[in-house]
Write a protein that binds this ligand. Sequence first.
Ligand SMILES: *[C@@H]1O[C@H](CO)[C@@H](O)[C@H](O)[C@H]1NC(C)=O
Ligand SMILES: *[C@@H]1O[C@H](CO)[C@@H](O)[C@H](O)[C@H]1NC(C)=O
Ligand SMILES: *[C@@H]1O[C@H](CO)[C@@H](O)[C@H](O)[C@H]1NC(C)=O
Ligand SMILES: *[C@@H]1O[C@H](CO)[C@@H](O)[C@H](O)[C@H]1NC(C)=O
Ligand SMILES: *[C@@H]1O[C@H](CO)[C@@H](O)[C@H](O)[C@H]1NC(C)=O
Length: 451
Amino acid sequence: MLRLYFFISLMCLVKSDTDETCPSFTRLSFHSAVVGTGLNVKLMLYTRRNQTCAQVINSTVLGNLNVTKKTTFIVHGFRPTGSAPVWMEDLVQGLLYVEDMNVVVVDWNRGATTVIYNHASSKTRKVAGVLKKFIDQMLVQGASLDDIYMIGVSLGAHIAGFVGKMYNGQLGRITGLDPAGPLFNGRPPEERLDPGDAQFVDVIHSDIDALGYKEPLGNIDFYPNGGLDQPGCPKTILGGLRYFKCDHQRSVYLYLSSLRENCSITAYPCDSYRDYRNGKCVNCGIPQKESCPLLGYYADNWKEYLKQKDPPMTKAFFDTAKEEPYCIYHYFVDIITWNKNIRRGSMTIKLRDRAGNITESRINHEPAVFQKYHQVSLLARFNQDLDKVATISLVFSTGSVIGPKYKLRILRMKLRSLAHPERPQLCRYDLVLMENIETVFQPILCPKLLM
Ligand SMILES: *[C@@H]1O[C@H](CO)[C@@H](O)[C@H](O)[C@H]1NC(C)=O
Ligand SMILES: *[C@@H]1O[C@H](CO)[C@@H](O)[C@H](O)[C@H]1NC(C)=O
Ligand SMILES: *[C@@H]1O[C@H](CO)[C@@H](O)[C@H](O)[C@H]1NC(C)=O
Ligand SMILES: *[C@@H]1O[C@H](CO)[C@@H](O)[C@H](O)[C@H]1NC(C)=O
Ligand SMILES: *[C@@H]1O[C@H](CO)[C@@H](O)[C@H](O)[C@H]1NC(C)=O
């Protein structure tokens, strides 16, 4: 009992202590969401000098904001329960880690918190108005629009777009993280985020069949895993609350991963996800990656290249792993067969290195067609990048349960890394795969082509 009492008083102490010195994101109860909240926008400034303790600022008091530096605004979206966004702190810290800048958290939780989405949506123009007033003051103090960057999540992406329109597209950059779809889908450019809203607009679409926006909205639109279902997210309502927000939130986590140093995600400009899966869009030019932008914070390194296009809009696709770090490693598996008849089926490829690490890729999104003496290039995607492959295994399957078991007669198979084209290519000649039976072999170095 006494212990409990101490614990409670300690908690009160900690709470009141932080309340006094460090302002925090507005936290509301579900009750507020039910009765609705009036709009109140709070701006919280974080800098490298004041990294964990925010300073509340407004259009009359800019506080420690240094107008000669870049300023990044983070604008959240609809908050159906009143809670604070779980990713906010990581995003603030991640941005300050990569660059010495001002980070302003735009806390419009009073306004975004309501169970009725339309009510939150109807406040987006007003939030944009508050930000306009604040930025005007920054400009008076000597800031440049070039240095203003807005990251908008869901409804926040359209808010960023509305601010950008008020400056005729002169803001430095806007990043839209799964811009909200409902009530915005199909709207004209004046009523949503649009490529003309900033000098560079990049967008990640991770939930185009539910909460996100389907069509392109920026100079570059990234569609992870095709933009639909994200790996690792619950597929049914049995997954609970995560079922509703996991795909939508993935855009934020993918962006966050670009601020860390674990892996960088390359995206492949392409007309469709299907073409990307079929390996039609993975040639990025020389030097490697010249035409394939990185996802996230560093996407603006491709700004000049992307803006040359007419119209200046590019769709880019890539697949991800189901958890951090999200990147996967692409390889081409080139296969030449010599069966008399055409064979159609899927292929599973496993790589094993000398240390015993194993990584697997299933190529089964659509049947590969193997025709005598024609080379088929399958795009394989692995979760691990094994540098020294010791053995390869292949399983061929036609997917039919009944009927005869087929053989696939391989004249030559070749494995080549896309991320590291300089690595030696691995080959194997004369193999016969029995359907659904794993064939394990040691590859040899492919002979170098004489140029
Ligand atoms: C950090 O912010 C707090 C509260 O907003 C302020 O009292 C303090 O002076 C700031 N520290 C620095 C180094 O600017
Ligand atoms: C800005 O903040 C200061 C100090 O926190 C406060 O006195 C002032 O009324 C605020 N101005 C506006 C326009 O909210
Ligand atoms: C503002 O930033 C510039 C460099 O970006 C720096 O030279 C200057 O000292 C900073 N001002 C303050 C008051 O910290
Ligand atoms: C990713 O890198 C960051 C540091 O940049 C580290 O703190 C984090 O633990 C890493 N995460 C994973 C899953 O490796
Ligand atoms: C492979 O295995 C070794 C030893 O078990 C481990 O240290 C390493 O991180 C693994 N992963 C890769 C990608 O090599």
